[in-house]
Design a protein around this ligand. Structure first.
Ligand code: ADP
Ligand code: MG
Length: 726
């Protein structure tokens, strides 16, 4: 019998693909009737809770007032009844440990009633607090395993929801995760703290400007998630995708993304079905999905919701990532969230759109004439100051082994943190630098030249895709965030450093006025002028991919922290530790623990990749190369026996490449078995400077072999197959 490679089996399975699921029955299930049906929403609470209980709960949600235990009991009881009606049998506290994955531990509602039956129980205390065994979550030394207590605490500001499974439903309660000593072990706790800090400082500024009825100031977030889809048969035939989330081998396909025919192209049928059902499920959870489209690379797509409060946006973003993967499986595909699943093909990012909002509206909305909009200018310039002063902290917030393949690789923003303001705002900014701003360039209209087409209003500035931090009309868009990352940490940093800048503005203006209210405008003018002249180095509207920019950024004193190990130490600098501590976002110990966790993660990621590279090269690629060599050698011998001359060019090339592969493997093997003493940084540097180059060398020989070895023998699905077969 002819033996087949996993790759050939995968190809025939893909060719014979039949939809695994029946088309969705959308009868009577419009978005409008479905939206939020699985959420214990404000509407449900108003219906199910007694008025005083509802009011007390709202005071906690909206004003952060303490929650009474009798209120918690009443809410728990209503929540339980609602969940049981929805078919739930279990409840879980959902939390967000520093693995950046979602964690949950399910408990049944049902307990024996002592008379041979069961009774559904759910007390206020079980709603408010849970105690998962915390010992196996990363704590970066905050807590040793013998003192493993960790608590989950109900986040009243993020509504509970039902998670459906064909075999039963679960009530999910979003929670914060803390150690026994009250230290944050998760992403949500600092996010909530940073939002509180931002609210406090923004409130000060708004009061100073004379506003009083504006409610809470909330950070808002709208994350755009990029991801790849590949057929599951290919996924399982690639140990690297399966275990590391990215391909460690693979020659560049003859047809890459240079045709630019994928971006915004027609969405393949199977993918569109997947997207529709994904959105359908997300709607039920009250996640306002708005946008779907093909991305730049073949096989790459994007999903984006409408923005929400940063906390809710964060929780929903986790759900989106989880559901992409679950739904992909249902449609016979694998959802790849890694920042760089395929070398030479665009990677995936997660643009995080960020702003501040309150009853007055979006505080970063410039209006028609930004130069006169003092409120806008304060918030905008505060952000510019923050990004300039704390650029290393922002850079550290997006550092990971995966994102290292993306940042600075001429497809994603460079690792240099700068701000794109657009033509109109940059002009206002420059005016401010030299005194008062007196004009705003107007929007204008676009003339298309076809009478039947409408005249379109033109934006005040063009887009710039090369900037890591861009003002996009009424918000800032942080584009350096990795696709696989939790958005919490970048949001925490944003909120905290902007809180610091707003604090600075309020304090400086108060000082300038010295109690004399009539001096308000002059004082603001002076403070803004100071910010504009001191922080103009961070404003850059040109091409962020160009070499000239890298040189200029250096003369402007902007740091260029090229990879994770250059970036993470920023977590230890006194200014960065101080700003996180000053606003009670993270204590020095909590920052230190995060540094350790992310260093360890870097080491683990590279170790996994190194071992996989070794294993795949040794057990899949080398055998294929040797067996082809065997075929060619046999042929040459046979030809010689017949008195013919054998052309051994190919054989010679193969031998040379196989030798290179084997010596590369020996180097990798040595690098992987090297024991490093000392700090985590020493270990990590060894992985960056010895293991990674050794992996790349092995890959280089292997990819060259892919172009020579008989297609029949090649064991791994190729880039071409994975990216173009739909
Ligand atoms: P683009 O691809 O042009 O950047 P998208 O429409 O794909 O834009 O995504 C823009 C994201 O920005 C959406 O999630 C949108 O809701 C979000 N957004 C819009 N306004 C705000 C705001 N005030 N605060 C935070 N995010 C916002
Ligand atoms: Mg987009």
């Amino acid at each position: 019998m002819k033996s087949t490679t996993g790759r050939q089996e995968a190809i025939s399975a893909v060719i014979n693909y039949k939809p695994l699921v029946n088309a969705l029955d959308l009868e009577g299930k419009s978005t409008q009737t479905l939206y939020g049906t699985n959420v214990f929403s404000d509407k449900v609470m108003r219906e199910k809770l007694e008025k005083p209980v509802y009011k007390a709960l709202k005071r906690t949600i909206e004003r952060g007032e303490k929650l009474d235990s009798s209120v918690a009991d009443a809410v728990a009881s209503a929540m339980k009844l609602w969940a049981l009606e929805k078919g739930a049998t279990h409840f879980t506290h959902v939390f967000f440990p520093l693995t950046s994955l979602t964690a949950e531990k399910h408990d049944s509602f049902f307990e024996p009633d002592g008379e041979g039956g069961t009774i559904a129980q759910f007390a206020g205390s079980a709603l408010i607090q849970g105690e998962p065994d915390a010992s196996s979550f990363p704590s970066g030394g905050i807590r040793s395993t013998f003192e493993a207590r960790g608590y989950t605490a109900w986040d009243v500001t993020s509504p509970a929801y039902i998670y459906e499974n064909p075999n039963g439903n679960t009530l999910c309660i979003p929670t914060a995760f803390l150690s026994w000593t009250g230290e944050a072990l998760d992403h949500k706790t600092p996010l909530l703290r940073s939002m509180q800090a931002l609210n406090t400082q923004a409130t000060r500024v708004l009061k100073m400007l004379g506003y009083d009825d504006f409610g809470m100031v909330t950070a808002t977030a709208g994350p755009e998630q990029e991801y790849f889809l590949v057929d599951r048969n290919f996924f399982f035939a690639r140990p690297d995708l399966l275990n590391a989330g990215r391909t460690l081998f693979g020659a560049k396909p003859p047809k890459g993304q240079e045709f630019e025919d994928h971006y915004f192209g027609a969405i393949p049928e199977r993918v569109l079905s997947f997207m529709m059902e994904l959105e359908h499920e997300l709607y039920k959870q009250g996640i306002p999905i708005k946008t779907r489209h093909n991305e730049v690379a073949p096989g790459q797509f994007e999903i984006a919701p409408i923005y929400e409060s940063a906390n809710l946006g964060h929780d929903h973003q986790h759900m989106i990532m989880l559901m992409i993967q679950r739904m992909a499986t249902k449609y016979g595909m694998a959802g790849l969230l890694h920042e760089k699943p395929f070398a030479g093909i665009n990677g995936s990012g997660k643009h995080v759109n960020w702003s501040l909002g309150c009853k007055l509206g979006n505080l970063l909305d410039p209006g028609e004439s930004p130069h006169e909009n003092t409120r806008f200018l304060i918030f905008c310039l505060a952000t510019i100051r923050a990004v300039h002063l704390y650029s290393t902290l922002l850079r550290a917030a997006v550092a990971s082994a995966g994102n290292d393949h993306r940042l600075g690789a001429n497809e994603a923003p460079p690792a240099i943190m700068s701000i794109f303001l657009g033509e109109q705002l940059e002009d206002v900014f420059n005016q401010l630098k030299s005194g008062a701003a007196s004009s705003s360039k107007m929007r204008g209209t676009l003339t298309i030249g076809v009478d039947t087409l409408p005249v379109l209003p033109k934006d005040a500035g063009d887009r710039n895709r090369t900037s890591p931090f861009a003002f996009t009309g009424n918000r800032f868009e942080f584009r350096a965030v990795g696709s696989n990352q939790s958005i919490a940490w970048p949001l925490v940093v944003m909120n905290c450093i902007v809180a610091d800048s707003l604090d600075f503005v309020a304090t400086e203006v108060e000082k300038e006025m010295a109690g004399d209210k009539t001096k308000l405008n002059a004082a603001i003018q002076k403070v803004l002028q100071g910010i504009a002249s001191e922080h103009s180095a961070v404003v850059f509207g040109g091409n962020g991919y160009s070499d000239e920019w890298h040189a200029e950024a250096a003369t402007r004193g902007l740091p260029n922290l090229k990879n994770t190990l250059d970036a993470l130490p920023a977590l230890n600098t006194p200014e960065n530790v101080a700003v996180l501590g000053k606003y009670n976002v993270l204590s020095p110990r909590e920052v230190e623990s995060r540094y350790e966790i992310w260093m360890e993660k870097y080491i683990r990621d590279l170790n996994t990749e190194g071992m996989l590279t070794r294993e795949m090269a040794q057990t899949m690629i080398l055998p294929a190369a040797l067996s082809y060599q065997g075929q060619l050698a046999t042929l040459a011998t046979q030809l010689k026996a017949l008195g013919k001359t054998a052309n051994t060019d190919l054989l010679d090339k193969l031998i040379a490449l196989t030798d290179a592969l084997q010596s590369g493997l020996a180097t990798l093997d040595a690098a992987l078995s090297h024991e490093t003493e000392g700090e985590s940084m020493d270990h990590a540097l060894h992985y960056r400077d010895a293991v990674l180059p050794a992996m790349n060398a092995v890959r280089e020989s292997a990819d060259a072999l892919e172009g020579l070895v008989s297609d029949e023998l090649w064991p791994l699905p190729t880039y071409q197959e994975m990216l173009f077969v739909k």
